[in-house]
Design a binder for this molecule. Structure first.
Ligand code: EPZ
Length: 432
């Protein structure tokens, strides 16, 4: 079993280049289905979630050519399958975007309920399905296979009870070729929603309002191929910002859109970390123990829930008591048990964690429970004295491109080690 081994306690110095945004890529790749043409997408992160999505498209009959590891040419003219079984969807949450994309192109889709990060609770898709129904699709759930079918899709007003990134994306995909006007109210405003809208418009769609809470989509008859470059990953950038703040040092994080990082920058500054903003980079300077703060994860432009575990880890080493609340997911503090093994003092009460900062962590065998929990474990390992072994690292590799190279580039002593199963257990137990 492959694990990360970190010899922690070193300050970070140097530069990190940020990759393209995972959550934009996993929406834009299925959106190419709507083009019925050839699209060239640049700045795609070379990560497992993208590889899974590409595999699904190839199995559906698309031709995908790697121009290089971050540029793909996707030809969706000859797609021949509308049925996506669980074997294909179980590895990635975003496979549910195939419902919107196939429905938008063929008025028909049959897609298994998705896998991907589950934070220990349910991740419903009822908003997506209600939205499709409002556009005129008949939805049935046949033993975990969602079947969506419409004679024709017709624009409508769709209001979400709660802001949902996935439902906003899926309705955008289904509505671009529907008849008439679709209005999404209480839409998600994340940077990747704007990125998807820009991509759809470049293919000939008519989407306005992305980035606000009302998105209007006027259906067009057909779309065409285009060339597009994906925005930098807000969460990858934020993860390295918080890592540098926690482990201390001086790190320049390049190829970012500083505006997307504002909520993270604000919280780090509040804790006493120096964050310098440039046109397309941010520098983190951290040399003394940081202070505490109150963080509430909320939909964009609030503090991102996908940064909540990393920020909690940083605060667990800061001076004073912090309160972290997750206003998006009900159950996203499972990783706290792992931090406790390293000496963190965190009390979870429902959707909030009371974090009493400790001076240091000690190395321990820990586990990546999901993608962002895994990012938090990396930060914890970097800050702990001694040898930390992290298992279930495939979660981390789903979303962070070249994570070892990037961390080594700023001085982290990290290795990926393939432990034979039995010996592996021994190695983890002995770690730290
Ligand atoms: C997206 O998930 C991201 N995934 C998640 O990032 C992220 O945590 C989340 O948005 C919130 O920002 C991708 O973009 C692929 P939601 P999504 O629909 O779309 C409730 C990562 O680490 N809800 O915005 O699945 C839901 O339970 C991943 O990169 C319903 O009740 O999240 C949650 O409380 C993990 N019914 C809230 O809305 C629905 O039909 C927001 O979920 C849909 C959602």
């Amino acid at each position: 079993m492959e694990k990360f081994v970190i010899n922690g306690g070193k300050k970070l110095y140097g530069e990190i280049d940020i990759s393209g945004a995972k959550n934009a890529a996993v929406a834009i790749i299925p959106a190419t289905i709507l083009a019925e043409d050839i699209c060239r997408i640049e700045n795609i992160p070379d990560i497992r979630d993208v590889q899974v999505m590409v595999r699904i498209l190839i199995d559906m009959g698309a031709t995908v050519r790697y121009i290089n590891s971050n540029t793909l040419e996707i030809d969706t003219r000859y797609i021949r399958s509308f049925v996506i079984p669980y074997e294909m969807t179980k590895y990635s949450r975003s496979s549910y975007y195939l419902l919107g994309a196939l429905l938008g192109r063929y008025n028909y889709a049959k897609v298994a309920m998705p896998g991907g990060c589950n934070f220990g609770g349910v991740r419903p898709i009822d908003f997506h399905l209600k939205g499709f129904a409002k556009l005129g699709a008949k939805i049935t759930n046949d033993n975990g296979m969602i079947d969506a079918e419409a004679e024709s899709l017709n624009g409508n007003v769709i209001y979400f009870d709660k802001v949902s990134v996935g439902a906003t994306v899926n309705i955008m995909l289904a509505a671009v070729k529907a008849r008439g006007l679709t209005i999404i109210e209480n839409a998600a405003r994340e940077p990747h929603i704007i990125d998807l809208a820009n991509f759809l418009n470049l293919m000939g769609a008519n989407v306005t309002g992305a980035g606000t809470d009302v998105i209007k989509i006027r259906g067009v008859r057909s779309l065409h191929g285009c060339q597009y470059s994906i925005i930098p990953d807000q969460i990858e950038a934020g993860t390295y910002m918080v890592a540098a703040a926690a482990a201390k040092g001086n790190v320049l994080i390049k190829n970012v859109i500083p505006k997307h990082l504002e909520s993270i920058t604000a919280k780090l500054r509040e804790c006493g970390v120096t964050v310098e903003e440039n046109d397309d980079s941010v520098r983190i300077i951290s040399d003394t123990r940081s202070g505490s703060c109150k963080v509430t994860a909320m939909p964009h432009p609030g503090f991102p829930t996908d940064m909540q575990p990393q920020m909690t880890t940083f605060l667990a080493l800061s001076e004073g008591t912090s309160i972290v609340t997750d206003g998006v997911w009900d159950n996203r503090f499972r990783y706290v048990d792992q931090l406790s093994k390293m000496g963190a003092s965190i009390q979870v009460e429902g959707k909030a964690a009371i974090v009493t900062g400790v001076e240091k962590f000690h190395a321990a065998p820990i586990r990546a429970d999901d993608l962002r929990a895994g990012a938090a474990m990396l930060i914890a390992g970097m800050c702990a004295e001694g040898r930390t072994v992290i298992e279930e690292i495939y979660h981390i590799e789903r979303g962070y491109e070249k994570v070892i190279e990037k961390l080594r580039g700023v001085g982290v002593d990290i290795d990926k080690v393939d432990f034979p199963d039995d010996d592996g257990k021994k190695a983890v137990n002995n770690a730290g």
